[in-house]
Design a protein around this ligand. Structure first.
Ligand SMILES: Nc1nc2c(ncn2[C@@H]2O[C@H](COP(=O)(O)OP(=O)(O)OP(=O)(O)O)[C@@H](O)[C@H]2O)c(=O)[nH]1
Length: 516
């Protein structure tokens, strides 16, 4: 499947009781390796990473975890000092991860898809995924996410593979994170932290960066106790135990309070910064409204092809990457309808299942572009195994940001790579949908026509005789309204058109007749 080059088919082995399930990614990963791909080294999924030969070069591969960590610290200071090659240095920076998920509901395919997506996310963040484990449970274990027996298995797996990080497919409570780290003896990261990490790598604008930082701080704040405990334990004393006993304030806790205060101050500062930036954005939107320039927002699941679609519709050079969340900062492009009316297209941040609330909150001002749009192009990857689940995930976020009522066209993209038969139910369910391929251009012209037909129409009919020195007004009628008739007379341009109310006001002095 071309749209998910990094995905794999997981074989789930049900054990005798049918209660626990392991997903062994080893075979598939070996195949991937043969293709010569180390994502995150030379571009995500571009196939441009070093091949097997380079990977097999003697060096850091054979090192024990502690040695790798020690070396990483040294190379942190200087590559020359550690006397290793550039390739090895980069490899060293790749985190070697094992994924762990809990399958509580839905079908086995859902669980597989979710872990496959986590693998893509991890690779986007620059990690090397070594293996993945899913456990079938009624609900995640409150203490350790997966059951205690599974934790022991995972510990062995992590040790045998020389992994240095475990990524959990879910949001871990601080205690779960701490307990897992204690037992697994490696860093544990949850899905939310992973997404935040990708966002941090991709944010470019001032606003994007501030939004990510805000989300990260909020995430950290909630987990301060857990991490503080960990840190103080490493420093030799358990919070509230060795320090001051029950109810006592250990040194760790004091530090937590200081950290919390610092984080709160930083959060307040970022909020202020963001609201100033939001002011600029609102002014721009108001300006657009004043000129009644219709806006189309492109939203959709990450990697669905939003940027590619923007490029193929408007011919703009927007970054297209086979990576999740390549677009974090909205890009707006102006374009014109066949009859010359100007309208804008805005590409927005990609959506993903269980998009953490902190992120939605932090990105609210960006996402409001969608809520404020006249039309929404909801892009879906038609070649994905479960496009309906992607649509549902996107709509959940749209509802949260108050964009549920925006007129929507579902754009089923990647028609060139999709199984068209499998898409029939989706097309049937989504009546206002269109099948396109941003890659081949198939359906793009039809999509443009559909967009134009769905744009708000200027609603005031005017007939005006505009003197030649007011050519600016005639140009505006062309770009903001629709011209029905135009005639050059001895006294000026006689124009019969439909325009928005503001422009009608400016044309009023020259009006011949006007009908509302
Ligand atoms: N086969 C096929 N691939 C496509 C098509 N459109 C986009 N892609 C590929 O899908 C990947 C993602 O495309 P983008 O346009 O970056 O997707 P996006 O939705 O903007 O992604 P994010 O910004 O990461 O959320 C790239 O590898 C594109 O080349 C298409 O019509 N057919």
């Amino acid at each position: 499947m071309t749209t998910q080059p990094n995905s794999y088919d997981t074989d789930l082995d049900l054990d005798d009781t049918g209660a626990e399930v392991d997903v062994d990614l080893d075979d598939e990963l070996d195949e991937d390796d043969d293709a010569g791909r180390i994502d995150g080294v030379d571009g995500f999924g571009g196939g441009s990473g070093p091949g097997r030969d380079e990977r097999d070069a003697p060096g850091i591969e054979g090192l024990e975890l502690e040695e790798r960590q020690a070396l990483r610290r040294v190379v942190g200071m200087s590559t020359e000092l550690a006397d290793i090659s550039e390739v090895e240095y980069r490899k060293l920076l790749l985190e070697r991860v094992v994924l762990v998920g809990v399958w509580t509901e839905g079908s086995m395919e859902d669980a597989e898809n979710s872990l496959a997506e986590l693998k893509l996310l991890a690779e986007t963040a620059g990690s090397e995924v070594l293996d993945g484990v899913i456990q079938r449970r009624k609900k995640p274990d409150p203490a350790t996410f997966i059951g205690s027996g599974k934790v022991a298995d995972l510990r062995n797996l992590v040790a045998s593979l020389g992994a240095d990080t475990v990524i959990a497919d879910g949001e871990l409570a601080p205690a779960q994170l701490r307990n897992l780290e204690d037992k697994l003896k490696v860093k544990v990261v949850d899905r939310t932290a992973l997404i935040l990490d990708i966002f941090a790598q991709h944010a470019k604008s001032k606003e994007g960066k501030a939004q990510v930082e805000l989300a990260q701080l909020q995430y950290m704040k909630q987990r301060l106790r857990g991490w503080g405990g960990n840190l103080s334990r490493q420093a030799g004393g358990r919070v509230g135990a060795a320090g001051g006993g029950i109810g006592g304030r250990g040194p760790g806790e004091t530090k937590i309070e200081t950290d919390r205060r610092r984080i709160n101050t930083k959060i307040a500062k970022l909020r202020k910064e963001l609201s100033a930036l939001k002011g600029t954005r609102t002014t721009m939107r108001q300006e657009r409204r004043r000129n009644s320039i219709p806006s189309v927002a492109i939203a959709g699941y990450t990697n669905a092809g939003k940027s590619s679609l923007l490029n193929s519709i408007t011919g703009a050079g927007v970054l297209v990457e086979d990576a999740l969340f390549a677009t974090l900062d909205p890009t707006t492009r102006r374009t014109t309808t066949a009859d010359g009316r100007v309208y804008t297209f805005t590409d927005t941040v990609g959506f993903v299942r269980h998009l953490p609330h902190d992120i939605v909150e932090a990105f609210r001002s960006t996402l409001e572009e969608v809520a404020d749009a006249d039309l929404l192009l909801h892009v879906v990857d038609g070649s994905h195994p479960d496009p309906m689940a992607q649509i549902a995930a996107v709509r959940e976020v749209l509802a949260e940001i108050g964009a549920a009522d925006v007129r929507e066209i579902v754009v089923i993209n990647k028609a060139d790579a999709a199984d068209l038969m499998a898409l029939a139910p989706l097309q049937h369910r989504e009546r206002n949908s269109i099948l396109v391929s941003a890659r081949t251009g198939e359906g793009i012209e039809e999509l443009k026509r559909l967009v134009e037909a769905n744009l708000p129409r200027p609603d005031v009919t005017v007939e005006a005789l505009v003197p030649y020195e007011r050519g600016d007004l005639v140009s505006r009628v062309h770009s903001e309204g629709t011209v029905d008739q135009l005639e050059h007379t001895g006294e000026g341009t006689l124009i019969h058109a439909r325009v928005h109310a503001d422009l009608a006001g400016e044309l009023a002095p020259f009006e011949v007749t006007a009908t509302h």
